[in-house]
Design a protein around this ligand. Structure first.
Ligand SMILES: [Zn+2]
Ligand SMILES: [Zn+2]
Length: 290
């Protein structure tokens, strides 16, 4: 079976990822004041699953979370589901992220048998289902930075992609083998299998990776955080967003400032924006769900 982005992403996301940073999405046209040459910088898609745009999304998210930080100790709690449930969860993402009944199709079809399902439950119960709680050594800002990198990860970052052999239909990419002391390795995979594996990291449409509860729930956030600050006797400025380091892997923002571009002939920044080029067709709305 051939796997395509379309099979996993839905029409809108598939369309966006395929045209990210191409003239299809429009762009900014700059001119070099020295040699008068024009430079076109295409727009990015801003989709949360796009390897190129993920960095920009995580910076936005980080800024928003940093605004709500309070000068109190934070705990980082981690709850990991047993690996034995991977296949079942993969097949039942909607039931896991939202609610609904488990489905037993595809590779988990054997689990429809009550005896086999009971065996899986026994396997999963062999380990303790406990929340890992540890007071972080670093400041809350550093924990936020870590969370941002973790929650805004995509299946594979661009810099790990090494080469594509269009004729042999294979992809070469770098990875770390955590079973072997995180040794750097290179893998060669068939295109279909590569896309299938990347798609395992993609959420069903409309599902979120991050939810906020309590005083951080979207509806009450501004009011509750303000009340907490008043109760603690602190002012909002004490949580300057500048204190939060952006993720090291962050990539170019959606429309980078012209000052960061250099004319290839002159090697000096200072390109002048001539105009914003509209896309030839209206693009699908960006996916801003975190
Ligand atoms: Zn120039
Ligand atoms: Zn993109």
């Amino acid at each position: 079976m051939r796997w395509r982005w379309r099979d996993c992403l839905g029409e809108v996301e598939s369309a966006l990822l395929q045209v990210c940073r191409t003239p299809e999405l429009g762009g900014h046209l700059y001119q070099c004041p020295h040699c008068r040459a024009e430079h076109f910088v295409p727009h990015s898609c801003r989709n949360r699953h796009c390897p190129s745009c993920r960095g920009a999304n995580s910076v936005d998210w980080l800024d928003k979370q940093a605004e709500a930080l309070l000068p109190i100790p934070y705990f980082h709690l981690v709850f990991t589901l047993p690996h034995e449930l991977n296949a079942l969860i993969q097949y039942n993402q909607a039931a896991l992220y939202d609610r609904g009944e488990l489905q037993f199709g595809g590779c988990v079809e054997p689990l429809a048998s009550p005896a086999k399902f009971r065996r899986l439950v026994r396997q999963a119960c062999r380990q303790k289902w406990v929340v890992y709680a540890k007071r972080p050594f670093a400041a809350p800002e550093a924990v936020l930075g870590y969370l941002s990198r973790y929650t805004h990860r995509v299946g594979i970052t661009n810099r790990r992609l090494l080469s594509l052999d269009a004729e042999a239909r294979t992809v070469r990419f770098a990875y770390k083998d955590y079973a072997d002391d995180a040794r750097r390795m290179v893998m060669n995979l068939g295109l279909e299998e590569f896309v299938r594996r990347v798609c395992l990291h993609i959420l069903p449409p409309r599902f979120v990776k991050i939810r906020h509860y309590g005083i951080l729930s979207t509806r009450n956030r501004t009011r509750c955080v303000q009340q907490a600050r008043t109760a603690l006797g602190v002012r909002a400025e004490s949580n300057a967003t500048a204190a939060v380091a952006p993720p090291p892997e962050s990539t170019t923002p959606v429309e980078p400032p012209a000052s960061t571009f250099c004319c290839p002939h002159y090697q000096k920044p200072g390109l002048i924006l001539i105009r914003v080029v509209r896309p030839p067709r209206p693009p699908p709305p960006p996916d801003d769900t975190s």
